[in-house]
Write a protein that binds this ligand. Structure first.
Ligand SMILES: Nc1ncnc2c1ncn2[C@@H]1O[C@H](COP(=O)(O)OP(=O)(O)OP(=O)(O)O)[C@@H](O)[C@H]1O
Ligand SMILES: [Mg+2]
Ligand SMILES: [Zn+2]
Length: 319
């Protein structure tokens, strides 16, 4: 079964992607687990803070070769995501594999030149490769094809001939099932919604705060805290009585600095969280205060009992 589905790739080996910029190497590389992929762009980013920075290429290549050597010694499947159109580059890679008896596969990503060039257009400046360079890479790729077997590759295959969608979807599906807890683990549970709004990075900082009187009904209070900085949020189960749901963030009341109520503004994204934390949302037109409402018309109770500043609200909220 496996041999029918994957005729060309050993279970563990060195897989060298070969193609011009824009050919689709990194897209293909993402079908392998991230830990198996050595990306020259990625390493340029790690060494020089910018994946497109050309003056750190030699350093990045050194790091790549070091990691490759250590992985080959452990017989770990490894994919090289770089143009690899120069023979000298490929020969070094193949030698590292051979030193450890690992099989080698050349995967030729033979995308037409005009497509590679077209794909440079929408890229950010630091990732856009000049047209001459792409042309030269494409030429070199075409010419290299005949030599690959002689260079020592055990297998030479076109990317178009691979069956990579299945392992890609299998891995994504496993991650998804684990998140949902369908694999028997706890799963993300009620953090799935948090992630959909704000992204996975905030999840470790997210704490639900049950039992707070800052929210009523089925609404829930939560906190995002890192060191000295934090945000208080409320999950609204039934926004405007329409069965909709969403998050509000707690802000200082914009209508009265001494207000004892809580002012809430809707947040839809991590950008909104950033704005809320830095004060950029303090005059948000959608702020609704539990004392002042949305701040328009009717006389306001300007003399609330005592003074509850945001610090005190935080203290209440996390008590
Ligand atoms: N099989 C594909 N079908 C359709 N579009 C693709 C395919 N592979 C890649 N692309 C598109 O082409 C663009 C460039 O792909 P990718 O970044 O993988 O190229 P690359 O070979 O890694 O380039 P570079 O060498 O500059 O890193 C991507 O934006 C992607 O959307
Ligand atoms: Mg790439
Ligand atoms: Zn108020």
């Amino acid at each position: 079964m496996t041999s029918v589905l994957y005729p060309d790739l050993p279970e563990n080996g060195l897989i060298v992607l070969i193609g011009a910029s824009g050919a689709g190497k990194s897209t293909l590389a993402r079908t392998w687990p991230a830990s198996q992929v050595l990306s020259l762009d990625g390493l340029r980013g790690m060494v020089g803070d910018d994946p497109g920075r050309q003056d750190v290429t030699a350093d990045a290549a050194d790091v790549l070769k070091l990691i490759l050597e250590r992985r080959m010694a452990r017989k770990l499947n490894t994919v090289i995501d770089a143009t690899n159109v120069e023979q000298s580059v490929r020969v070094e890679l193949v030698m590292a594999a051979k030193r450890h008896g690992m099989p080698t596969v050349a995967v030729v990503v033979a995308t037409p030149l005009d497509v590679c060039l077209e794909r440079q257009g929408p890229r950010p400046d630091n990732r856009r490769v000049p047209e001459d360079t792409v042309r030269a890479q494409h030429q070199a790729r075409v010419h290299s094809h005949q030599q690959l077997a002689a260079e020592g590759f055990n297998t030479v295959v076109f990317a178009d001939a691979l069956y990579r969608l299945e392992p890609f979807l299998k891995r994504l599906s496993q991650v998804r099932e684990a998140e949902l807890g369908r694999d028997g683990s706890a799963g993300l549970g009620d953090l799935l919604l948090v992630r959909r709004f704000f992204g996975s990075e905030v999840l470790p900082l997210w704490r639900w705060r049950p039992g707070s009187d800052l929210v009523t009904g089925r609404d829930r209070l939560a906190e995002i805290r890192l060191g000295q900085q934090s945000l208080i949020l409320a999950f609204r189960d039934d926004v405007d009585g329409e069965g909709d749901f969403g998050f509000d963030v707690l802000l200082p009341c914009p209508f009265d600095a001494e207000c004892a109520g809580q002012a809430w503004a809707p947040v839809y994204s991590v950008t909104d969280l950033y704005k809320a934390l830095t004060g950029a949302m303090d005059s948000d037109p959608d702020i609704v205060c539990t004392v002042h409402g949305d701040g328009v018309d009717d006389d306001q109770d300007d003399d609330p009992e005592g003074r509850a500043d945001l610090e005190a609200q935080y203290a209440d909220a996390v008590a």
